[in-house]
Design a protein around this ligand. Sequence first.
Ligand code: CAO
Length: 415
Amino acid sequence: MTQALDGVRILDFTHVQSGPTCTQLLAWFGADVIKVERAGSGDATRAQLRDIPGVDSLYFTMLNHNKRSITLDTKTAKGREVLDKLITTCDVLVENFAPGALDRMGITWEHIQALNPRMIVGSVKGFGPGPYEDCKVYENVAQCAGGAASTTGFDDGPPMVTGAQIGDSGTGLHLAIGIVAALYQRNTTVRGQKVLAPMQDAVLNLCRVKLRDQQRLERTHTLHEYPQYPDGKFGEAVPRAGNASGGGQPGAILKCLGWETDANAYIYFITQGAAWPDVCRVIGEPDWIDDEAYATPQARLLHLKPIFARIEQWTMTLTKFEAMDILNKYDIPCGPILSMKEIAEEPALRETGTIVEVDHPARGKYLTVGNPIKMSDSPTVVTRSPLLGEHTDEILAQLGYGVQAISELRSAAVI
Ligand code: CAO
């Protein structure tokens, strides 16, 4: 079967996490992704957080599946020659270097345009134009500058970053969407374009509901679904909401049987309006269905703490999975807090290809997250990440270099 991006060739000049997530996704959609790496060391993540000495780290292998690797010193004249050939023959160049690094290498937009006017250039930067545009940025900086940290955590604690890599992988996804849209537009314009995904902007996009709440707060000076209501105080900015639900349906994380010893014996419980009568019956408070203090969503907002405390008395008598089974029968929205161990062992995720076991020549078998986007006509087969420079000769041969020329490049330490 064909794949959505068959025939698209990507010059993958990315490193660390944000850029590689973008090009990995494009590879899973069928693009031929050629990863250009510095000879000797390669992407810094190959050697970071290693669990097996001398072997590509999981950090690297889990972000670079389905790619080919060529080593190249792009700061030498011969290396630039090879890079120019790649620019001429590829459809998209993706990079996430520090601001200005590509220009310093001589790979300006004008240079690229002169070689290949159809080329799309996708970039991740920490910030868009503005006071911080020259800054180097990693994940947590983006979470802090994009509004996630100030709105995450508990009211009486410091700002908090989340485990989800919304700054890196989140921005990589944004960039991939921009690149695919640019490829589509190129069908009619026959021209490339620049696609920029700043990490601050991508995080803010994912924090959209918090900017919504900022404006609601400024108008009404309160946010009824936040834990600060009704007893606490609101200031000028959206406060941290703990585990309260971000929407109009109140929710909370509640203890389940075994919480004293199992850090993840919890369930997320949502008191959706439509399910309220069933919630009351399930927890053994049928009188609450008609009680004025609890009967309407508006009235319940004043009593969320005692309501969830009562529900928790019930959830604490059951494991999170037993509670799930019962609540699902009544269509009461809820979800177990799953540990990474539980997720890794979940058979359904294996069956859908979201958790995949990959075999690597140096590390053996390991688990990875496969393509989370499922397409009926573009199936994804996850293949292992390339060894450093594994495809250098193959790619150079495709660019027209003969055995002798390749050997000269190798002797001159260009590849
Ligand atoms: N041959 C020769 N030189 C190469 C090369 C190659 N194949 N590949 C990279 N280089 C050079 C670059 O040209 C650059 O040289 P100059 O500093 O002389 O211009 C140098 O290597 C280092 O690039 P860098 O500054 O991007 O790398 P860094 O490790 O210092 O910074 C990071 C890393 C991520 C902070 C920075 O790249 C960045 O801010 N990127 C944009 C934001 C981003 O993507 N952040 C997410 C990272 S994932 O957590």
